[in-house]
Design a protein around this ligand. Structure first.
Ligand SMILES: C[S@@+](CC[C@H](N)C(=O)[O-])C[C@H]1O[C@@H](n2cnc3c(N)ncnc32)[C@H](O)[C@@H]1O
Length: 357
């Protein structure tokens, strides 16, 4: 695997253009979102011969001036192109309109991050999510605030989170159930999706979800609705409290898109407490999207940008990790990496760990 990351191989004229793209990114982002939300992209998707500014403005019920500035920005964004006075959709415009990953990412950036991103530098200086404080109040982390966020923000957060993990869950059940576990604990189990998938997959298994009380309230309602309350229970915890030991007696510890919510030191604290509660036969699974393990530039870009969400909005100290960094933390915690599963879901990697004696 190459240890060179990034790109320093473009002509100066392209680099200069890219610098202006960065300089204007927040304005252009809002223009792209407006082209989508006003229904202009949808309209152009249906129109083979393209449309004039006047036709578009009338159809989506905005002023000619508004349609003009958005469509002209759309030319530079390469979301639309113009031929003989008529606007048509480009491939990028198509993906902004139709691609599910682009949709959830854009909503997540707008509804959760946009206002708080202004405080990125301050967040780095203080090591705190100053964006979260300014956008939503003096919460310690966004996870404590999640249950209280405005509906549109909550919806976008959950759609973003589920988009990445849901796809991976189905293909992983076979791997997890290979050792026929009777008891699984899901750390950061959130709305209970994984626990419910396990209970539906195996009629014997019992699952415990460990999470903050706000998330467990939702999880309990979902579990009851699916009729699994006899086999899925919950354990309220704040993992940042290093003094609280983990319950023992589980065959599997499951951590999906969970450790990225913590700093390196906090991860070691969590893994060590898990280790203390594990036996020789216990398997600990870590499911993550490591940025160095992505096949597509779109995914690496999304992950590097997601790290900034952690900095200014989530907690001020965590990130989407490089797989080597996570492996060092596993070693440091007294565990060893027993098996690695790659190419799962949307660029996920699954690490199966056991205790090192
Ligand atoms: C990114 S979500 C992942 C949810 C789920 N495991 C998945 O794969 O979709 C992280 C979860 O960890 C929980 N979490 C984060 N920090 C926590 C803390 N300090 N104590 C307890 N739970 C925490 C959050 O509440 C959330 O449910």
């Amino acid at each position: 695997m190459s240890d060179f990351y990034g790109n320093n191989d473009k002509p100066a004229v392209v680099a200069k253009t890219d610098a202006q793209k960065i300089a204007f990114a927040p304005l252009m982002f809002q223009a792209a979102k407006a082209l989508r939300d006003f229904g202009i992209l949808k309209l152009l998707l249906k129109s083979k011969e393209g449309m004039t500014v006047g036709e578009i403005a009338e159809e989506v019920n905005i002023s000619r001036y508004g349609a003009t500035v958005l469509l002209e920005a759309g030319l530079s964004l390469e979301m639309v192109y113009m031929e003989d006075g008529r606007f048509k959709l480009t491939k990028t415009g198509f993906f902004v309109e139709r691609d599910e990953m682009a949709r959830v990412n854009m909503n997540f950036v707008n509804d959760i991050n946009y206002k708080g991103a202004f405080y990125l530098q301050e967040s780095i200086k203080r090591g705190e999510p100053v964006g979260l404080h300014n956008a939503y109040g003096e919460w310690n982390t966004i996870y404590e605030a999640l249950a209280e966020l405005p509906d549109d923000s909550r919806k976008s957060w959950f759609e973003f989170d589920h988009f990445y993990s849901d796809i991976a869950f189905d293909e992983l059940l076979m791997v997890i159930f290979e050792s026929k576990p009777d008891k699984i604990v899901d750390l950061g189990g959130n709305t209970g999706k994984f626990a419910i998938a396990c209970a539906a997959y195996s009629s014997n298994v019992k699952v415990t979800i460990m999470d903050l009380p706000g998330q467990l309230k939702n999880a309990k309602a979902n579990i009851k609705e699916r009729g699994f309350d006899n086999r899925i229970d919950t354990f309220s915890i704040n993992f940042l409290n290093n003094n609280k030991p983990f319950p023992k007696g589980f065959d599997v510890f499951w951590m999906s898109q969970f450790l990225d919510c913590f700093s390196e030191d906090e991860i070691v604290g969590i893994l060590q407490r898990a280790r203390d509660a594990m036996s020789d036969n216990t398997e600990l699974f870590i499911l993550e999207t490591f940025w160095d393990r992505q096949k597509f530039e779109a995914s690496t870009y999304s992950l590097h940008a997601t790290s900034l969400y952690f900095t200014c909005m989530a907690n001020g100290n965590s990130r989407m990790y490089h797989s080597d960094d996570m492996k060092k933390l596993i070693e440091k915690s007294g565990l060893y990496l027993d098996k690695e599963f790659t190419d799962i879901g949307l660029g996920h990697t699954l690490l199966r760990c056991r205790i090192r004696k």
